[in-house]
Design a binder for this molecule. Structure first.
Ligand code: ADP
Length: 279
């Protein structure tokens, strides 16, 4: 009788687990669908913005704010569905809310920077550790990296501070990582994304290198110009914004071929002179 009871309990437990797995799988599918829909809406919005805008500023704002907003919307919808299912897994919800808060924070920082720009406030210049800027950006791109099964490799050297605007430099790094993730979307074989920092003379250097197909020959020469894109719904603003942000910091942003045929973008910033502590 004892053995039968144990067996019965075991089966009950298995059944429960299987139901839970099924619900989770359904939920993941729903979430992917919601994200696909968000991506479609984003493309549409980008298109409308392009034809209706007054200039580069509005275009750049749409580009920078759409991304976190789409992530917020799809996260919130996924969370709501979890609740409706009555299968709310605490850790999953925690991750979703964490992501919503981070992305919301990022969107509002971008807008604050824009308002500061319009009110002609001088740009902020703080002593920053570029490694820290990159680390703070990683949670924002975590999902793209995981979904595309990209192996992220970090190779950071200790760096002296640079003088810069944290949010603007984060924008640049997010853009470079997102471009790499997009390039790796269809890449066959191992998908690698390498972020490497080092000190090179009087400059701090960050290389973002992917194992994707590399930059298409037809855009190689004009990559950093506005509206140059090989993507169906792409605005082609990302790299041009990145380069002007980096140049406003006295730095450079260039593209080189990666060792394994992919693309490699290198951001260089001058070391802060007489650098004190890091803000
Ligand atoms: P968008 O992403 O809207 O196309 P960008 O200015 O960010 O605009 O990029 C311009 C173009 O540069 C892209 O359409 C793509 O062809 C190319 N590109 C950018 N990053 C990469 C990369 N990591 N690998 C291959 N091509 C890239």
């Amino acid at each position: 009788a004892a053995v039968m009871t144990l067996l019965g309990l075991h089966r009950l437990r298995l059944g429960g687990l299987q139901r839970r797995n099924r619900a989770l799988r359904l939920e993941m599918e729903e979430r992917r669908r919601a994200e696909g829909e968000a991506a479609r809406l984003r493309r549409e919005l980008e298109h409308v913005t392009r034809i209706a805008t007054a200039g580069e500023l509005a275009t750049s704002l749409a580009h920078e704010v759409n991304q976190p907003l789409a992530a917020i919307v799809s996260n919130a919808e996924a969370g709501r569905r979890f609740l409706h299912l009555g299968e709310a897994v605490r850790s999953e919800l925690e991750a979703i809310f964490g992501d919503i808060a981070r992305q919301g924070q990022r969107a509002s920082e971008v807008i604050q920077r824009l308002r500061a720009f319009l009110s002609k406030e001088p740009p902020q210049r703080h002593a920053l550790d570029l490694n820290e800027v990159v680390r703070l950006v990683l949670p924002l791109v975590r999902r793209e990296i995981e979904e595309r099964r990209i192996r992220l490799l970090l190779d950071f050297s200790e760096l002296p501070p640079v003088l810069g605007d944290r949010v603007q430099l984060q924008q640049v790094v997010v853009n470079l990582i997102q471009n790499a993730c997009e390039a790796l979307r269809e890449a066959p074989g191992a998908r690698r994304l390498l972020l490497r920092s080092r000190l090179a003379g009087s400059q701090v250097e960050l290389a973002v290198e992917d194992s994707g197909p590399g930059v298409a020959a037809e855009v190689a020469a004009t990559l950093f110009d506005p509206f140059v894109s090989t993507k169906g719904g792409g605005m082609g603003m990302g790299l041009s914004i990145c380069r002007s942000l980096v140049e406003s910091h006295g730095g450079t942003l260039v593209q080189e071929s990666a060792a394994e045929g992919g693309a490699r973008f290198v951001l260089r910033l001058p070391v802060a002179s007489g650098a004190g502590g890091i803000a």
